[in-house]
Write a protein that binds this ligand. Sequence first.
Ligand code: FAD
Ligand code: NAP
Length: 281
Amino acid sequence: MTESMTLTKATQTEANPKPAKPHLPDAQIVTAVKHWTDKLFSFRVTRPKSLRFRSGEFVMIGLMGDNGKPLLRAYSIASPNWDEALEFYSIKVQDGPLTSKLQHIKEGDEIILRPKPVGTLVHDALLPGKRIWFLATGTGIAPFASLMRDPETYEKYDSVIMMHTCREAAELEYGRQLVENLREDELIGEMVEGKLFYYPTTTREDTAQMGRITDNLSSGKVFADLGLPPMNPAEDRVMVCGSMAFNIDVKAVLEGFGLREGANSEPLEYVVEKAFVGEGV
Ligand SMILES: Cc1cc2nc3c(=O)[nH]c(=O)nc-3n(C[C@H](O)[C@H](O)[C@H](O)COP(=O)(O)OP(=O)(O)OC[C@H]3O[C@@H](n4cnc5c(N)ncnc54)[C@H](O)[C@@H]3O)c2cc1C
Ligand SMILES: NC(=O)c1ccc[n+]([C@@H]2O[C@H](COP(=O)([O-])OP(=O)(O)OC[C@H]3O[C@@H](n4cnc5c(N)ncnc54)[C@H](OP(=O)(O)O)[C@@H]3O)[C@@H](O)[C@H]2O)c1
């Protein structure tokens, strides 16, 4: 079994079964780390016994700052809610207050995790439908890494379509391996068979499938490629997670198909979450 499988296969036993006693407030122990590119890595940490969350939600995690105060940032939980550990998928911002340090964590280290999950990318925020679309750019795939591994997703929908777009192919690798492992998984493999459509594209490196999500939806290319009908408010439900520019543009496309934005308090046809705040690194 490869290192990447160990990390992406949520059923895997952790490499460090008896972690040392935590010392930080709300501390959890890092049990695995994998670097995907010079800008992306994923890691797993122990899960507090009392932590319940809905797949797709985010929590605040971080490290102790130089001033002795916790330095926390929002992170989508990338593992499904049935997993015994928690997985996160992270950017490395060179001069980012948190990720300039977080990118150096290794097995056995402690991180801080505030056990108060929240978020809009949850099944409860959508009306029942036939197909669910997960639309992500960059690290925006993290909440869908959770939802794609949750059996509830396949119980609720006939088809699950994961569109993930990055500049380069290497940035798609975390998602690609996750989907591959899911299809081979003894328990969930059968459930996703014929239901999970994976549509990765690049925009700046030549690959077999290219183009922005907005363009592939507007032109109808993705529907033709996957043999699905055009998006419509009676059958399609959508969850969006990307940069602010992407979120704004894709919302306009979804509204053009007649879908309306919902929330936990008012479930409708699509929901949106920011993958991060800010424009550039
Ligand atoms: C609801 C929510 C969920 C989030 N989930 C995740 C997650 O699962 N994984 C993750 O890596 N980040 C996630 N983020 C972003 C995260 O909170 C931090 O911004 C990130 O960890 C960088 O922290 P920092 O202190 O190093 O830099 P910051 O000072 O927080 O950010 C510096 C700049 O880096 C850029 N940037 C920050 N995060 C990203 C990113 N993810 N992708 C591309 N550019 C970015 C932005 O331009 C930002 O202005 C999420 C943010 C929100 C609001
Ligand atoms: N990833 C890198 O190698 C890299 C390098 C230098 C700087 N940065 C900075 O880091 C930040 C995050 O980088 P990132 O690559 O994760 O995010 P990003 O720049 O938002 O790009 C991620 C993907 O989303 C697409 N996209 C961006 N805006 C869109 C929109 N409005 N509508 C539809 N699709 C859109 C991009 O396509 P396009 O390629 O067509 O824009 C790209 O395929 C960016 O703000 C960027 O300035 C990243």
